[in-house]
Design a protein around this ligand. Structure first.
Ligand SMILES: Cc1ncc(C[n+]2csc(CCOP(=O)(O)OP(=O)(O)O)c2C)c(N)n1
Length: 278
């Protein structure tokens, strides 16, 4: 296993690489990519193993750039690709495609379908008696898709203790607040009602995320775990944190400048992470 870096640095490196992709492209799903940078940092920096082969499924596939940033930091994709996000002929399409991008394990983007793949993978691994874990990130807006509950019912029925599902509760989806677009979610009772283990934590706090995963991995293996991440959409750059809508942004001059400032400030951290994650 490679040496770890500080989770906080890894998260900053993820946001910096995403910013580079968006500057080159001129637009992107920034809000939901930045809100999950901290959980992605903990997973890629510490938990995802090659042997036994763990699985990572980004069910909210529009946050693909966050996934690509991790794969770049893990030396799976080349530097030249970073400036080609969603361009013709790129290996980095807007949403993850396992046939195009080295290291991507599941193609996602149609909301509800990533979590459905994740439960299937977890069930197959359970039947084969592997020690692999399946980590899946689902959006809170994605929970508006009925398919997510069908998948979780299956996870409950099959007691998929090798599956950890993170809900990115950033409180906003594409066209407004979750509470307005659909309904207010009472996560504890909602998921306990499905007989799943529920953890509600600060989703932009790397230490709390790390402690929660560690507790799950060392605890009783009798059911699937749901970790609700209380996050901020656009977390990391105040301009986007405060925006009413930063789901998908075509960046104006001020926003591009803000991204460039972030990149300039944190380029050194990316180099440090790349150096250690060799
Ligand atoms: C089946 C399906 N319906 C609609 C969309 C369009 N869409 C893309 S992102 C999104 C909102 C998702 O909200 P959320 O899961 O909260 O994303 P986040 O705020 O975390 O980025 C929608 C409706 C889609 N990708 N797939």
């Amino acid at each position: 296993m490679r040496q770890q870096v500080a989770h906080k640095d890894y998260a900053v490196a993820i946001r910096t690489v995403i910013s580079k992709m968006f500057i080159a492209r001129g637009d992107g799903h920034i809000g939901g990519a930045f809100s999950i940078a901290d959980v992605m940092a903990v997973l890629f920096n510490k938990y995802l193993r090659e042997e036994p082969k763990d699985w990572f499924v980004l069910s909210k596939g529009h946050a693909g750039p966050a996934y690509y940033a991790c794969l770049y930091l893990e030396h799976k994709i080349p530097k030249e690709a970073i400036t080609t996000l969603n361009a013709n002929g790129t290996i980095l399409p807007s949403h993850p495609d396992r046939n195009l991008t080295p290291g991507v394990q599941c193609s996602t983007g149609s909301l509800g379908q990533g979590i459905s793949q994740a439960v299937g993978i977890a069930y197959a691994n359970k039947m084969k008696n592997t020690n692999a874990y399946i980590y899946c990130i689902v959006g809170d807006g994605e929970l508006n898709e009925g398919e997510t509950y069908e998948a979780l019912e299956f996870a409950s029925n099959k007691k998929l203790s090798n599956l950890i599902v993170f809900i990115d509760s950033n409180k906003k989806q594409v066209d407004g607040l979750i509470d307005d677009v659909s309904c207010k979610y009472h996560y504890q009772s909602l998921f306990e009602g499905l007989d799943l283990a529920v953890h509600i934590i600060s989703g932009n706090d790397v230490d709390e995320i790390d402690a929660t995963i560690s507790e799950i991995l060392t605890g009783k293996k009798d059911r699937c775990h749901i970790v609700v991440l209380d996050t901020v959409k656009g977390k990391g750059i105040p301009l986007f944190e405060k925006a009413n809508n930063c789901h998908h942004v075509t960046f104006n001059e001020t926003e591009l400048k803000e991204l460039a400032v972030y990149v300039e400030k944190n380029e050194g951290v990316v180099k440090d992470v790349l150096g250690i994650a060799k």
